[in-house]
Design a protein around this ligand. Sequence first.
Ligand code: NIG
Ligand code: FE
Length: 459
Amino acid sequence: MTAAEAKTLKIPMPAGRLNRRTVERSNAFGRSAMIQADLIIEGAAELLTLRGNSIRPRRGEEMRDLGIVRQGALAARRGKIVWVGPTADLLTSVGPVAFSRLIDAYGKTVMPGLVDPHTHLVFAGTRENEFAMRIQGKTYQEIATAGGGINATVAATRKASRQELKTAARKSLDRMLTLGTTTVEAKSGYGLELETELKMLEVIRELTQEGPMTVVPTFMGAHEIPPEFRQNPEAYVDLVITRMIPKVAARKLARFCDVFCETGVFSPEQSERIFRAAAGLGLEARVHADELTDLGGAAMAARIKARTADHLLFASDAGIRQMAAAGVIAVLLPGTAHFLHLERYARARDMIAAGVPMALATDFNPGSCMTESMPLIMNIACTQMRMHPAEAITAATINAAWAIGEEDCAGSLDVGKRADILILDAPTHEHLCYHFGVNLVETVIKNGKAVVEEGQRVR
Ligand code: NIG
Ligand code: FE
């Protein structure tokens, strides 16, 4: 068997340094009982655990602590992490079961799978025409007023079949996996009518049931005012509150409720009404806040104790202070500012200094940010918002997991969490932010199984 074959096949143990005789001998010397594992990764130049306090997301200085184990190793069994520590301690702690897989990560970086906590994953059609219009000087708002924008995607999504939506979303999920994302949030919001909103949420549910990606669903019926309600937006807010939210909640199709709180879309008062109705039925709030104008979205998010406020390019000092006090997580989406040529980014440094816990996301959607790549977003976060690579990694893993209520199962390499693990072709973690426009993700383990090997999606 060649080395390449051994790498892709499930090789029976004993193998390499972990041979059974040494394991038995160490047992005979009265060592504590061995932890059984069916997946072992050893020898990582850096193993980023992201371990730390488990009661709240990281803030301030804590965001730079990646909990690095040098020459690190990890063991998993039945899709869950069972042991993490130095490779030197592996032999005395972990016993492989038959047909375990051993992965050699010498010279590489091992880290938790990335978590993308803000996407508009499900949609029909694309809007490359708008991309070209912006290059010629039109703004996102001008394009929307002229009949493009969210409502263009709404028209296409209403017409699309479930299968069409699912096929397109599946392709994006596969791209995300190869780029290192193993957990993602996905919003409805291109239906803006009950039937299509439910269709989108059902597609999201089927995608997560079919796996391997974990997809956390958010209801976003208040993403835009649909054309048929242009003259009477209040009536649309009422429809969202009285018809849509109760249906979504009764069928348990979403965990969160999101609103586009923006000039010309939904006011803070309307947003708050929607969020209060959603909270009453068990949907937690997250909000598109202060993306294009300062409308007091950050302050509103603090007032209602939203889990997250997202975008925040125009958030005021008072809004930032209130978010810090209320513990609202800022989900920053610098890919959107880049893609829309906004010439302004969220004030990440001020937010970190103020003690706002921070996450990063793609905002993947056909209008304002057409990318599935978290590493690209992390690079932009570093260059345009002056985030330190370690802060960007914290924001794309453990804090991103907190942003979507997945903190108990994702975002760090902790015993008991899902074995969602990346092996990077990189000797240190900084490379993930620094070496841009390429994919350094070599292996992706999802629920203990390899879904990407040598950079390719495998099934
Ligand atoms: O987060 N801001 C509102 N929603 C998306 C844009 C969606 C679209 O243009 O289709 C955003 O940027
Ligand atoms: Fe968005």
